[in-house]
Design a protein around this ligand. Structure first.
Ligand code: HEM
Length: 572
C-alpha cells in the first residue's frame, strides 16, 4: 500500500525534509507496504495510524517516493545509520520513516524496544527482504528460516536450534572453531616471519587482515556446517571459495537499494542492479550446493559398513544413493551430517537452510572482527587488560577452549562493545501482534517497527560515555573490583535487558549466534595471546551500510609477535 502525498518540487521537499515535523503535508493513509496489511487508522492529522491525542508521530516528509529519490541522489543509502542517528537527534526517540512503498516507526529507547519485543507473538516477523524472496521464487529454490514465517518457520527453526543453538551443540563445534582460530594465528606468524621486520622474538608486520578474516570466517563456517576443512589457509586457496566471498559481498551491497523497489518489475526490465543481485545469489547457491554434495558423499563414504540407516524417506540429494549412515558416531559430522542423520528435515529444506547459514555466516563475523581488532589496537590500555585476563584464563583452562572463554569474560565484553558501536544489522524489526503504546503514541498491530541499534549504541541517554570503547561496561572485569560502569544506569532506566541486541531477540534471534560468538571470541583469544596490536592513527573509522555495517576502507593493523609459532601449538 502506497503512502499518498502531494507533489512538491525537490527544493521544497528538501526544505521540508529538514524541518522538524512536517505536519502540513502529511496526508498519509498508510501502512507498511511490506505486510500487505492495513492496520486500523486511529485518527489524527494525516491518519498515519499512531496518535497521541490528535498528534501524528514526528516524521521527515511523508512521501516515500520523494524520500527515496532524495536518498538515491544524495547517496544516503550507504549512510542510513548516520541518517537515523541525525533524525533521532532532530525529532526525539520515535519517528516515522517513509521510504518508497514502505513506512516504519523507528525507535531507540530500551524501554520501548522491550515493549515491542513483548508484543512479537509466537511467530515473530521481521521485514521481508523482498529481493531475496524474489530470487528464491524465480529460481524455484525453497526458503530457509530467514525468509519463512509462521508455523513453517517455527518447525524448521526448532530443528536448527538443536544443531546450532543448544549448549550441547556448542560443545560439539567449539573445538573445531578453536582449531581454525589457531591456524589463523599460524598463518599470521608465517607472514610475519616472511615479510615482517625486527628481532626474532618480536617481529612486526603492518597489513590489512581483512582478506584473511573473511577466509577465516568461511573456513570456520564450512567446518561447522560440513565437518570438513576447505583449506583456505593453504598457499593456494580454492578459486570457488574466493568467488563465494566476493558473491556474498555483492549480494549484500546490492540489497538495500532494491528493498524499496518492486523486484519483479526490475527483473522483467533486466535492470543491471537486479541482474547483479541475482547473479551473486546464483554463485552463492552453486557454491553451497557443491559443498553440500561433497559433504553428503563424504558422509556416505565414511559410513559404509556401519549398519545404521539414513532417514531418507522425505527426499534425496540428486546424485546421492541414500540409505547409508553418516558418521561413525565418534566424530562430529557437521550440521549437515546431524540433520541428515536425524531425518526430520526434508532434504530440500536442509539445502535451503544450509545455504542461508553459509551466506549469513561469513561477512557477519569477519566484519565485527575487523572492528574489534581496530578498537583493541587504538586502545592499548584496554588491549592489555583483556590480554591479561585471557592469558590467566588460558593457563587455568589448560587448552580447553570452553573453559578459557568462561574464564575471560572481557572477551565477551569486547565482542558486545564492538557490536554496540558497530552493529552488523543497524536495525531489528518486528510487526507487533497487538496495539502497543510507545512514548504515548499508539502503534496499531501490524505496523513495521524498527529498533535502531546504531543510534541506540551511541546514545548518551542509554550509555555513559558512549564514545568510549570499554568492554568492562558489560561486567567481567576482575572479580571483586566493583561494578561495571553500566550497572548504575541499568538500574536507573527501564528496559535494562534491551541494550545489547546485535543478535536480535527471542525466538527469532540470530540462529547463527552461538557460532558467531564462539568464532569471534576464540579468534580474539588466540590473537591476543600471540600478537600485540597497533594502529598508526587513532582517528575514527568511517563506516558504510551495505545491508550490514562495514568499514568504508578496511583498517590496517600492525601485528607484533609475543609468542613464537611453536608456542601457539602448545596448550599452555
Ligand atoms: C556477529 C555476527 C552476527 C550478527 C550480529 C547477526 C545478527 C543477526 C540479526 C540481528 C538477526 C535478526 C534477528 C531478529 O530478528 O531478532 C539475524 C538473523 C539470522 N542470522 Fe545472524 N548474525 C550474525 C552471525 C550469523 C551467522 C554466523 C549465521 C550463520 C551461521 C547467521 C545466520 C542468521 C540466520 C539464518 C538468521 C535468520 C534467523 C530466523 O529468522 O530464524 N548469523 N542475525
Amino acid at each position: 500500500m502506497l503512502t499518498v502525498g502531494p507533489v512538491v518540487s525537490p527544493a521544497v521537499s528538501r526544505a521540508l525534509f529538514s524541518s522538524r515535523v512536517n505536519r502540513a503535508l502529511s496526508v498519509s493513509t498508510g501502512l507498511p507496504g511490506d505486510t500487505g496489511m492495513r492496520a486500523s487508522v486511529q485518527g489524527g492529522a494525516g491518519g498515519s495510524g499512531a496518535v497521541r491525542g490528535f498528534q501524528e508521530i514526528p516524521h521527515t516528509g511523508s512521501n516515500g517516493w520523494i524520500n527515496l529519490l532524495r536518498f538515491w541522489r544524495e547517496g544516503t543509502f550507504n549512510q542510513l545509520h548516520k541518517h537515523m542517528e541525525k533524525t533521532f537527534n532532530m525529532l526525539g526517540p520515535i519517528y516515522r520513516q517513509y521510504l518508497g512503498s514502505q513506512s516504519s516507526v523507528n525507535i531507540l529507547l530500551p524501554g520501548d524496544i522491550g515493549e515491542l519485543f513483548r508484543s512479537e507473538g509466537l511467530h515473530p516477523r521481521r521485514m521481508t527482504l523482498q529481493p531475496w524472496a524474489t530470487h528464491r521464487e524465480t529460481r524455484k529454490h525453497s526458503k530457509g528460516v530467514f525468509l519463512k514465517n509462521g508455523a513453517e518457520w517455527r518447525a524448521d527453526r526448532l530443528l536448527l536450534n538443536r544443531e546450532v543453538m543448544l549448549s550441547s551443540a556448542v560443545q560439539r563445534f567449539l573445538p573445531l572453531l578453536d582449531e581454525v582460530a589457531r591456524d589463523f594465528c599460524h598463518l599470521l606468524h608465517r607472514k610475519i616471519q616472511m615479510d615482517g621486520h625486527g628481532e626474532n622474538e618480536h617481529r612486526s608486520l603492518t597489513l590489512d587482515p581483512s582478506p584473511d578474516l573473511f577466509r577465516f570466517a568461511l573456513e570456520a563456517s564450512c567446518y561447522v556446517l560440513y565437518g570438513e576443512r576447505i583449506g583456505l589457509f593453504s598457499s593456494n586457496p580454492s578459486w570457488e571459495s574466493e568467488r563465494f566471498i566476493w558473491a556474498v559481498e555483492r549480494m549484500l551491497a546490492t540489497t538495500p537499494p532494491l528493498l524499496y523497489l518492486p523486484p519483479r518489475l526490475l527483473r522483467r526490465l533486466h535492470v543491471p542492479l537486479w541482474t547483479q543481485h541475482a547473479t551473486a545469489w546464483d554463485h552463492i547457491f552453486s557454491h553451497a550446493e557443491a559443498r553440500i554434495q561433497r559433504g553428503y558423499q563424504r558422509l556416505q563414504a565414511e559410513s559404509s559398513g556401519t549398519g545404521r540407516t539414513v532417514h531418507d524417506s522425505r527426499g534425496q540429494f540428486p546424485g546421492g544413493t541414500g540409505g547409508s549412515v553418516p558418521g561413525s558416531g565418534c566424530q562430529f559430522p557437521g550440521v549437515l551430517g546431524q540433520l541428515i542423520e536425524r531425518g526430520e528435515l526434508p532434504l530440500n529444506l536442509i539445502r535451503a537452510n544450509l545455504t542461508e547459514l553459509m551466506a549469513g555466516g561469513v561477512d557477519t563475523t569477519a566484519v565485527p572482527l575487523q572492528f574489534a581488532l581496530f578498537e583493541l589496537a587504538r586502545n592499548p590500555g584496554v588491549q592489555e587488560k583483556v590480554r591479561k585476563q585471557v592469558k590467566d584464563s588460558w593457563l587455568q583452562a589448560a587448552g580447553n577452549p570452553q573453559k578459557a572463554l568462561q574464564g575471560a569474560p572481557l572477551l565477551k565484553g569486547t565482542m558486545k562493545e564492538t557490536l554496540r558501536l558497530y552493529p552488523v544489522g543497524i536495525t531489528v524489526q518486528r510487526y507487533p501482534i497487538r496495539d502497543i503504546v510507545l512514548q504515548n503514541y499508539r502503534i496499531p498491530a501490524g505496523t513495521l517497527v524498527q529498533a535502531c541499534l546504531y543510534p541506540l549504541g551511541r546514545s548518551q541517554d542509554v550509555f555513559q560515555n558512549p564514545e568510549c570503547f570499554d568492554p568492562s561496561r558489560w561486567g567481567g572485569a576482575e572479580a571483586g573490583r566493583g561494578r561495571s560502569i553500566e550497572d548504575s544506569s541499568m538500574e536507573r532506566g527501564s528496559g535494562a535487558g534491551f541494550r545489547s541486541l546485535a543478535f536480535g531477540f527471542g525466538a527469532r534471534q540470530c540462529v547463527g549466534r552461538r557460532i558467531a560468538e564462539s568464532e569471534i571470541q576464540l579468534l580474539l583469544l588466540h590473537i591476543l595471546r600471540n600478537f600485540h596490536l597497533e594502529v598508526s592513527s587513532k582517528e575514527d573509522i568511517n563506516t558504510k551500510y551495505t545491508l550490514i555495517l562495514q568499514p568504508e576502507s578496511p583498517p590496517t593493523i600492525t601485528f607484533t609477535t609475543l609468542l613464537s609459532s611453536n608456542q601457539t601449538l602448545c596448550p599452555q
